[in-house]
Design a binder for this molecule. Sequence first.
Ligand SMILES: NC(=O)c1ccc[n+]([C@@H]2O[C@H](COP(=O)([O-])OP(=O)(O)OC[C@H]3O[C@@H](n4cnc5c(N)ncnc54)[C@H](OP(=O)(O)O)[C@@H]3O)[C@@H](O)[C@H]2O)c1
Length: 302
Amino acid sequence: MASAPLRFGLVGTGYWASITHAPALAAAPDIELAAVWGRSAEAAAALAADFGARPFSGAEELDAFLDGVDGVAFAVPPDVQAPIAVAAARAGKHLMLEKPLATSVAGADEVASAVAESGVASAVFFTLMFRAEIRAWLAEVTARGGWLTGLTTWFGSSLGGSSPFNTPWRREKGALWDIAPHAVSLLWAALGPVTGVTADAGPADVSHLILHHEGGASSTVTVSQHGGEGATGFETYLWGPSGRSAVPAGNTDALAPLGTALAELTANIRGGLSAHPCDASFGRDVGHVISEAQRQIDERAG
Ligand SMILES: NC(=O)c1ccc[n+]([C@@H]2O[C@H](COP(=O)([O-])OP(=O)(O)OC[C@H]3O[C@@H](n4cnc5c(N)ncnc54)[C@H](OP(=O)(O)O)[C@@H]3O)[C@@H](O)[C@H]2O)c1
């Protein structure tokens, strides 16, 4: 007899929760979107009603929200996500997390430790890592090997006035925390674990990272969320003795990759497994690279 779908709760009621997490959870074959939690009762009620879920709001309803679910998906700012994720993991709930895990070493470490100690399954939505065409590219370039460097530039437009992504935490933390985690996750998978970072920043939310990878390759990442509508774009390529290989870019759909992440998370839950290439410990490791970059940028700025 088929088992009942896993019950998931969604933390967050904003734009990203409404257009991506809620529909992806509702469409996932082995998931029931059972509950929505937000700080605003009205917003939680509205989003929950759209998906036939139960609304919860405020700190006082967080325990009741967690009690009724097997897993929790997050679409809130990183430093709101981290403490709720720790509480959820300690309560035995599986986690569909957003990048970055947190914007501090301590915050990321606490999430990864709570996940490891409780043995729950986790996945962090490094979107590029769940795109079918990028996975095919990664399989090809890692099989070929021999790469000496990788270059990523990513100019977003979230900090333009009218973008729905022009949110307070992004204005404070910028592309270094919003976009660079995606780039670091991809270069990590392509060239090997990152063992060191050198970072500096310029005007207009520009951050530059030089990454060193286990095995000797190096790579660079340049990001900004002030790209402007006409100049946005994401490019990555690897270079080595066999030439160049560019990442297939241009696909911005997030629903299919989140569907893949949820399918892999639920498969792990069903199988009693916790390790995933993009699990909370990988999210913590990427977060450490970004934290060190931030430390150097702050130090240079005096
Ligand atoms: N993987 C990807 O490709 C991708 C793309 C976009 C976003 N994201 C991630 O998704 C997360 C949210 O993104 P966003 O900033 O764009 O979100 P958003 O859609 O603006 O939503 C933020 C949500 O967090 C709530 N919130 C804000 N401060 C809060 C607090 N102190 N306590 C409780 N709730 C709070 C907001 O509530 P109110 O509505 O009451 O303000 C809203 O529900 C971030 O981690 C971001 O990195 C990932």
